[in-house]
Design a protein around this ligand. Structure first.
Ligand code: MN
Length: 283
């Protein structure tokens, strides 16, 4: 049985102690096993308040982030890549402190629209840094997930094939592929085939609709995607990710280009998504 998760951005736009309380309570009330916490500016987050809320509502956490441009792990400039490694290490320490076993997202480079392709030296910087952070993560029992995202959000890993090649270069057992149906719908020739080819490396899945709104109301072919997940006996976490201007995170809204309401009621949207995913996983 896969654990079912929900991204905190369905409920809250930040991670103040009050946001944390709201999001964790709602995720639990909607029947999720896991809440995914965005770890932006990790030094400013309260690990204590987060841990207490997780324990109170008996729910697990995963963590995700996208690196800022001044901390681009895949920068050619070694000092910018080093800033990325410090940022990612701080996020890892937050994840370990709150008992999260997973840290994923655009953790391998800057998150956002680039104006040129990654350079060979930048890519080498990212591979080496991910390898070092993975060693530290292994000491805490944390898996790193490299989320494959569309071309407007990364210039490094846009397809499952690219991410598998990157992971093979890193060569660490706790670095896995993170796929997201919203991004695959933009970049893959065939999302189901991308899942089948990724069998051995797939460690985390985001379920998102083509417009990032309610599941089943867009153009993602969920039936073939869930069939592929069943075929590879995928047993890890499956997390609902959705964004609406109804819940505003200034940083995420601007990077992800969330300019309109795709839904109005977070609780209703989350509960419908949970049922949708649970049914789809059964086949
Ligand atoms: Mn995602």
């Amino acid at each position: 049985m896969n654990k079912l998760g929900v991204h905190a951005a369905v409920f809250v736009g930040g991670w103040s102690p009050a946001d944390c309380e709201t999001a964790v309570a709602k995720a639990s009330a909607c029947g999720f096993d896991v809440i995914e916490i965005p770890v932006f500016e990790p030094e400013n987050l309260s690990a204590t308040a987060t841990l207490q809320a997780l324990q109170r509502y008996k729910i697990e956490a995963t963590c995700s982030l996208g690196l800022p441009f001044d901390a681009d792990l895949a920068a050619q400039d070694a000092s910018v890549s080093a800033a990325g490694e410090r940022y990612l290490t701080a996020a890892l320490d937050f994840a370990a402190t709150i008992g999260s076993s997973y840290l994923g997202g655009v953790i391998y480079g800057a998150f956002g629209k680039h104006d040129k392709p990654v350079s060979p030296a930048g890519r080498r910087n990212a591979v080496a840094a991910i390898r070092r952070v993975a060693a530290r993560a292994a000491d805490h029992g944390v898996t790193l997930g490299l989320e494959t995202v569309n071309r407007y959000e990364s210039n490094l890993l846009n397809t499952a094939e690219q991410t598998r090649a990157f992971i093979e270069e890193v060569d660490a057992a706790n670095v896995r592929l993170h796929l997201d149906t919203y991004h695959m719908n933009i970049e893959e020739h065939d999302a189901a085939d991308a899942i089948l080819q990724s069998n051995h490396l797939l460690g985390y899945v985001h379920i998102g609709e083509s417009h990032r709104g309610p599941l089943g109301t867009g153009t993602v072919d969920f039936s073939s995607i869930f069939e592929a997940l069943r075929e590879i006996h995928y047993e890890e976490i499956v997390t609902f990710e959705s964004f609406s201007s109804r819940v505003v995170s200034p940083a995420l809204s601007s990077t992800l280009a969330i300019w309109r309401d795709t839904w109005d009621d977070p609780d209703e949207t989350a509960m419908a998504a949970r049922d949708f995913i649970a049914e789809a996983l059964k086949g």
